[in-house]
Write a protein that binds this ligand. Structure first.
Ligand code: SF4
Length: 406
C-alpha cells in the first residue's frame, strides 16, 4: 500500500515549518496479513481476484484452526489483520474471530462489499471494535452495479457507509480503476466527502482471478496518470487544510516514483527528503511485509498470488512458511534488490518501487521477473528502455506510450 497522504502531510508540515519531519523509527515486525476467511460471496464482481461465487466452498478453516493460526501470527509479530473474503460477513463466526483478534491486540480491518450492512449489522460491527471498514465502490450507481453484477448494489453499499458512520466506525471507499470506470473517479472523490468517509483506497488493476480474465480492460497508462494526478491534488489539498482524510493506493508501486516526479515539479526543494522517505518505504512488499492466507489455509505472497501456494497452515505454522525461502519465488521476492529484468532492472527508481507487482509480468509474459507491464512511467522517465517480449501467455498488450516529460 502506498500512503499518499502520509507523505503529503509531511510535505505540508515541511512547507509550514521549513524543515522536513524526522523519520519515526519502527521496530522489527511481521507482515500485515490479509486473511480471506471465506470464499463465498453474494456478488460476482468483474475484477474479483478470488473468483468468488454465491455457494459454499468445502474445506475452509474452522474456528479452532483460525484461533490457532492467530496465536502463531501474534507470536510472529504480525501487527494487523485485514479480514476479507469472498464476503466476510457471510461467515457465521466472523464476530467471534474479530473479538479474538481485538483481544490479541491486532489492528483489525474488515474488507466488505457493504451490501449486507444494515443498521443492526453496523451496530454489531461497531461493537466488535473493528479499527477500519473498507467498502468497495467501483463507480457511481450504473457503473458500480454493472461491475458488481447486481442491480441495487450501489445503493446498499452507500447505505452501509451511512449506517457505519452513524455508529462511529471509521469507513473508507475502495475503488479499482479500469478502462470501464475511470470516468467516475472525480465523482467518487466528491462522494467520499458527502458521505463522511475518511479514506479513499485507489487500487490499480492486478492480473489475478477475474482481474486477469478482464485484463484487456485495464486502464490506459495515460488515464492512470491523470487519475494519480487527481488523487495527489486531493491529498495535497487535504494535507494543507490539516484534514485527516487519507488517500492511499495499491497494486502499482510506480505510484512512489510518480509522486516523486509530482513533487519535483511543484516543491523541488523537498525532492531529496521525499526520495529518502520513499527509498525507506521500499516499494512492493509482497512476500515481505504483506502476506495472504486464503480460505483453505494456504499461504501466498499476497492476495494476487493464489496461483502460487507456499504451504498450508494446517501442515506448518505460518511463521515457518513465511521464513522459508526454499521456494524460488519467495526467495526472489525477499531478495534485495529483486532479480527483476527488462527495464525494471535498470530503472532509476528501482530502489523506490522494488520492481512493482510481479503478478502482472508473470500473467502477461510467463516470466515473473520481467518488467511490470502495468508501470505507467515512460522509458524516458525511468531512464531505461522497454524490452519486447514474445510468450504463449501473451494476451492483451502492454499499453506503452511515450509521454512527454511534464
Ligand atoms: S520501470 Fe519497473 S522499477 Fe521502474 S518504476 Fe516502473 S515498475 Fe518500478
Amino acid at each position: 500500500m502506498f500512503r499518499i497522504s502520509q507523505y503529503l502531510r509531511e510535505l505540508a508540515q515541511a512547507e509550514a515549518t521549513g524543515s522536513y519531519p524526522a523519520v519515526r523509527e519502527r521496530g522489527a515486525r511481521g507482515p500485515v496479513v490479509i486473511w480471506n476467511l471465506i470464499r463465498r460471496c453474494n456478488l460476482t464482481c468483474k475484477h474479483c481476484y478470488a473468483l468468488s461465487a454465491d455457494h459454499d466452498y468445502a474445506g475452509e478453516l474452522s474456528l479452532p484452526e483460525v484461533f490457532t493460526v492467530m496465536d502463531d501470527l501474534k507470536a510472529f509479530g504480525v501487527p494487523a489483520l485485514i479480514l476479507s473474503g469472498g464476503e466476510p460477513l457471510l461467515r457465521p463466526d466472523l464476530f467471534e474471530i474479530a473479538a479474538r483478534a481485538r483481544q490479541r491486540g491486532f489492528y483489525t480491518g474488515l474488507s466488505t462489499n457493504g451490501t449486507l450492512i444494515d443498521a443492526p449489522m453496523a451496530a454489531r460491527i461497531a461493537q466488535a471494535g473493528f479499527d477500519y471498514v473498507g467498502i468497495s465502490l467501483d463507480g457511481l450507481r450504473a457503473t458500480h452495479d454493472k461491475f458488481r453484477r447486481l442491480e441495487g448494489a450501489f445503493d446498499r453499499s452507500l447505505a452501509a457507509i451511512g449506517h457505519l458512520g452513524q455508529v462511529g466506525v471509521k469507513v473508507g471507499l475502495r475503488y479499482t480503476m479500469t478502462a470501464m470506470n475511470g470516468h467516475d473517479l472525480p465523482a467518487l472523490l466528491a462522494l467520499m466527502q458527502e458521505v463522511g468517509a475518511h479514506k479513499f483506497y485507489f487500487s490499480h488493476l492486478n492480473y489475478a482471478g477475474r482481474g486477469n480474465i478482464h485484463r484487456d480492460k485495464d486502464a490506459h497508462h495515460q488515464s492512470t496518470r491523470a487519475a494519480m494526478d487527481l488523487l495527489f491534488d486531493h491529498a495535497w489539498a487535504a494535507a494543507r487544510a490539516g484534514s485527516l482524510d487519507d488517500y492511499v493506493s495499491g497494486n502499482n508501486d510506480a505510484d512512489g516514483p510518480y509522486l516523486l516526479q509530482w513533487v519535483r515539479q511543484r516543491l523541488p526543494q523537498w525532492e531529496g527528503a521525499l526520495r529518502q522517505r520513499l527509498v525507506a518505504w521500499g516499494g512492493n512488499a509482497s512476500g515481505q511485509m504483506v502476506a495472504n492466507i486464503d480460505n483453505l489455509g494456504h499461504v501466498h505472497p499476497d492476495t494476487m498470488w493464489w496461483h502460487h501456494d507456499l504451504g498450508s497452515v494446517r501442515e506448518r505454522p505460518f511463521s515457518q512458511i513465511w521464513n522459508d525461502t526454499s521456494d524460488p519465488m519467495m526467495a526472489g521476492l525477499k531478495q534485495h534488490p529483486r532479480p527483476v529484468q527488462g527495464r525494471c532492472a535498470s530503472c532509476q527508481y528501482l530502489a523506490i518501487c522494488n520492481g512493482n507487482t510481479r503478478v502482472r509480468a508473470q500473467q502477461l509474459t510467463g516470466n515473473p521477473w520481467f518488467e511490470d507491464p502495468g508501470c505507467y512511467l515512460s522509458d524516458a522517465e525511468v531512464g531505461a528502455a522497454s524490452t519486447p517480449f514474445e510468450s504463449p501467455a501473451k494476451k492483451g498488450t502492454r499499453r506503452t506510450i511515450e509521454i512527454a516529460h511534464a
